[in-house]
Design a protein around this ligand. Structure first.
Ligand SMILES: [Zn+2]
Length: 95
């Protein structure tokens, strides 16, 4: 692919995706054309942050979590804390 054609694909991709603020397309982005006339234009996708649990892939954009944990993990941690508090309460309960 010649440079003017690559730049044309980059401009077309930017025009199509500029409404989505979380996608960036570099001026020197790679372009791969397919046989059917469509193609891929390399881009960057912004991720605000990910959960600090190494086994979790959730983003931190749900505003439900705390201390670097996503809402789902924060809920699990809270449930564990609640359970251990009720276990402690059971231990110290005198019948
Ligand atoms: Zn998580």
């Amino acid at each position: 692919m010649k440079e003017p054609e690559r730049k044309q694909w980059v401009r077309a991709a930017r025009k199509e995706w500029s409404r989505t603020r979380s996608v960036q397309i570099d001026e020197n982005a790679k372009v791969i054309l397919r046989d059917d006339g469509s193609g891929y234009v390399q881009c960057w996708i912004w991720v605000d942050g990910i959960c600090r649990n190494p086994r979790c892939t959730n983003a931190l954009n749900d505003n439900e979590g705390w201390d670097g944990f996503c809402g789902s993990c924060a809920d699990k941690i809270e449930a564990r804390i609640m359970n251990s508090e009720s276990e402690l309460a059971t231990l110290y309960t005198i019948d």
